[in-house]
Every structure is written in C-alpha cells, then in structure tokens.
Design a protein around this ligand. Structure first.
Ligand code: AMP
Length: 171
C-alpha cells in the first residue's frame, strides 16, 4: 500500500482552510496504480456474491465503475440532487465541510441485491452512511463498503459500525 500512498497528493487548505485534501488524480493517471487500487478494493469480496457496485458522485464513479467492471456486475450511480432523470430516493447528510444530498433511481436496486459501496475516501463517514441508508431504502443489502483512503482520525468507521468496511490507505 506504500506504492499507492506515494500517489496520493496532499493539498493543504482545499477546499477550505484547515482541510487537507487527499487528491487521488496522481494515482488514477498511473495505469499500474489504478489497477492495483481497484484490485485491492474488490479483493476481499471475490466470492461474496456481490450483485452490484454503488459509487458516489463524483470520485466514487471512477473506482466504483472499475470495481463493477472487474467483478462483472453493474454500477449504480449515487448522484447529487437534480441529476437523475427518473424517480429518485434522496438522503441528506453532513460532510467534513458543509452538507449535501445524494439521490438514487428507485429502480436501481431491489430486495436480494448485495451491494458493494465504493468511494475514493471516507472522512466523517456521513456520505457513506447516507449512501448505505439509500441502498437499504431500496430494499437491498450493503454487503461491504470499500474506500481507497480512510482518514482514521475522523472516526467515520464508527458511523458504519453495522457494515464490513475495507480501506487501502490510512491517515
Ligand atoms: P465524509 O462524508 O465526511 O466521509 O466525506 C467523504 C466524501 O467527501 C468523499 O466523497 C470524499 O471524496 C470527500 N472528502 C471529504 N474529505 C476529504 C478530504 N480530506 N480529501 C478528499 N476528499 C474528501
């Protein structure tokens, strides 16, 4: 994981003073690192009967889509409000900076689906917890949550104590 960590760029005071932004763009532009990250994200869940990968807009789309591709299953986008054209379920939540809402199409998942939730980073865990609630609102099960980066000091994992949480790089 040291190789992956070497490709995370730390941007102080972005998007607000006091936030250390973990920029994953140096990682995703390196083919070997992108492949390593996606393979490591899904590795614990091979053989777990995952039926869909859900990812949060926008950086969750990068890793989530590739994880779905590697697993040979579909990808469910969890989007910012007003972007999805069909019937939606919504969930609002607090961020490390500000607050936000996520939406999902009501027909995206159903009872019996076992979902792997994927995002680039877990900070306070608000985004991931809201995403899990959205998935469950549709009757599906959250099989696990997988992140490239976890900011351990923000204790986001505590908000996901009901779930299996897997992270590649810890700060
Ligand atoms: P949270 O809901 O606090 O766990 O925030 C997680 C979401 O916000 C993820 O979608 C991240 O992409 C983004 N995020 C929060 N904090 C950071 C950070 N320090 N660096 C990069 N992305 C962040």
């Amino acid at each position: 994981m040291k190789r992956l960590e070497a490709h995370i760029r730390n941007i102080p005071d972005f998007p607000e003073p006091g936030i250390q932004f973990k920029d994953i763009t140096p990682l995703v532009k390196e083919p070997a690192m992108l492949r390593l990250a996606v393979n490591q994200l899904i590795h614990p869940f091979l053989g777990e009967n995952i039926t869909a990968v859900a990812g949060m807009e926008a950086r969750g789309f990068i890793f989530g889509s590739l994880a779905a591709w590697e697993l040979g299953i579909g990808f469910i986008p969890l989007r910012k409000p007003g972007k999805l054209p069909y019937d939606v379920q919504s969930m609002s939540y607090d961020l490390e900076y500000g607050s936000a809402t996520l939406e999902v199409h009501t027909d995206a998942l159903k009872k019996g689906d076992r979902v792997l939730l994927v995002d680039d980073l877990i900070a306070t865990g608000g985004t991931a917890a809201a995403s899990c609630q959205l998935i469950e609102k549709l009757g599906a099960e959250v099989a696990a949550c997988a992140f490239v980066v976890e900011l351990d000091f923000l204790k986001g994992r505590e908000k996901l104590s009901k779930y299996n949480v897997h992270s590649l790089i810890h700060y």
